[in-house]
Design a protein around this ligand. Structure first.
Ligand code: THU
Length: 129
């Protein structure tokens, strides 16, 4: 699975973002360690605080499919520089794969690459192993 394919999946799904309030459409594509891809979009609500971010939408789809180990996620926006995941999403990603990569891309083809551990240093995680 190349980054180009993962970026393309995030770009495609961004079209389905439901963001009538902010106008800020986000597409996410998460690559599981077994090679599967799960996509997500932000889902806003008239009760603003109920909004779901694209990253957590993608994680939820993966977990529902029984997949909890991730290699990387692409977050695709029209923002420059490319928007990075919010704090809540960083924590949710950290729960499953503290060692994953985060690739932030925009519609001008700007790409920023991070380790999740850079974006969430000293993250919190209960030891359930
Ligand atoms: N949003 C995401 O989908 N992911 C993030 O990491 C940051 C914010 C969404 C939530 C809301 O629908 C819009 O972007 C503006 O905050």
């Amino acid at each position: 699975m190349s980054d180009v394919e993962l970026i393309d999946a995030a770009r495609q799904v961004q079209k389905n973002a439901y963001a009538p309030f902010s106008g800020f459409k986000v597409g996410a594509a998460i690559l599981a360690k077994d090679g599967q891809i799960f996509t997500g979009v932000n889902v806003e609500n008239s009760s603003y605080g109920l909004t779901i971010c694209a990253e957590r939408c993608a994680v939820g789809k993966a977990v529902a499919a029984g997949i909890i180990k991730f290699a990387k996620i692409v977050v695709y926006t029209n923002d420059s520089p490319p928007a990075t995941p919010c704090g809540a999403c960083r924590q949710v990603l950290y729960e499953f794969s503290p060692d994953m990569q985060v690739i932030c891309v925009n519609n001008q083809n700007e790409i920023k690459r991070y380790e999740l551990s850079q974006l969430l240093p000293e993250g919190f995680r209960l030891n359930i192993d």
